[in-house]
Design a protein around this ligand. Structure first.
Ligand code: GLU
Length: 310
């Protein structure tokens, strides 16, 4: 059986951009007979907003997007992440790092990852025998980084096509557990996708460069046969080309709901952004199932502008 997951981060309300990605995920799953798991990615402590999980669930239901299992909260799965980190430390594929963010930025000379974050220069790699020793010697809290091997990671993305990354040089050793012990996104996603038997990942292409990191983690954990099929979709952006956000106006689903705009109208717009000619009066999610064709999805970013006001 094919299994996918819809994985909102409760760091804010769902807007038209997230909604389109989740809709495509749902359409692919329901067309293909895949099981859908709802997963709430609530590990990013300071950025998590109270009740945003409940709001996301209501928003999805309002759109007519349903799921077969969950919600599974990442915050309830801490021991599983800790076990994966331990095993990577034990096999020498991860190490303790006591560098502060400032130090990483200062130490990283020219190469910067595409998202503007500094490529970690490997300062702490090989320095300490264990996280406990790193803390004892420096008096600082230690994060855990994955030691990225020198190799090119290639994969065939079902939507974005062939991808190739030199992770060591383009992205560097990345954090898998923060210094407060919380698992980092890259690790948690892999551990959860394996535990849920996920075979199909559909998400925004802002996460394209997370995929080679996640593939390296599957390999390092001896789970190469569990690597899912990836579909990375172009994002919705504002007229300035930047990812849809508050500055482009209020595109939260809750906002349309408060204005009394029916979900069919929102789905009409989302459907057009998926290459479907939808009626002016709007459409229900289930009624998009007949006409949705992934091959007809626009390949370029969707630019949200005032003509899309609902
Ligand atoms: N929680 C992420 C998001 O809302 C999705 C992560 C993933 O699909 O791997 O963008």
């Amino acid at each position: 059986m094919q299994i996918t997951r819809i994985a909102p981060s409760p760091t804010g309300a769902l807007h038209l951009g997230n909604a389109r990605t989740f809709l495509v995920n749902w359409l692919l799953a329901r067309q293909g007979g895949w099981k859908i798991i709802l997963r709430i990615e609530d590990l990013d402590g300071p950025r998590i907003k109270a009740n945003a999980d409940r709001q996301a669930i209501e928003d999805l239901r309002w759109l007519g997007i349903d799921w077969d299992e969950g919600p599974i909260y990442q915050s309830s799965r801490t021991p599983h992440y800790a076990a994966a980190v331990e095993s990577l430390l034990a096999t020498g594929q991860a190490y303790a790092c006591v560098c502060s963010r400032k130090e990483v930025e200062a130490a990283a000379s020219a190469p910067h990852a595409e998202d503007g974050s500094a490529v970690y220069p490997g300062t702490c790699r090989g320095r300490y025998t264990s996280p406990a020793q790193a803390v004892d010697l420096t008096g600082r809290p230690a994060a855990i980084r994955f030691a990225v091997p020198e190799r090119i990671v290639e994969f065939e993305d079902a939507f974005a096509g062939r991808q190739s990354f030199d992770v060591a040089n383009q992205l560097g050793d990345f954090v898998i557990a923060k210094s407060d012990g919380t698992a980092a996104y890259q690790l948690a996603v892999v551990v959860d996708d394996v535990a849920s038997g996920v075979t199909q990942v559909v998400r925004g292409d802002d996460l394209l460069d997370s995929t080679p990191r996640q593939i390296l983690l599957y390999n390092a954990l001896g789970l190469a046969d569990r690597i899912p099929r990836y579909h990375h979709l172009p994002l919705v952006v504002g007229p300035d080309g930047r990812r849809l956000a508050k500055r482009h106006g209020d595109t939260r689903l809750s906002h349309y709901r408060e204005l009394g705009i029916p979900p069919e109208r929102v789905l009409g717009l989302l459907g057009r952004w998926c290459g479907i000619e939808t009626p002016a009066a709007g459409i229900r999610a289930v009624d998009l199932l007949d006409s949705f064709r992934i091959e007809r999805m626009p390949r370029e970013k969707i630019v949200f502008s005032s003509e899309h006001e609902l």
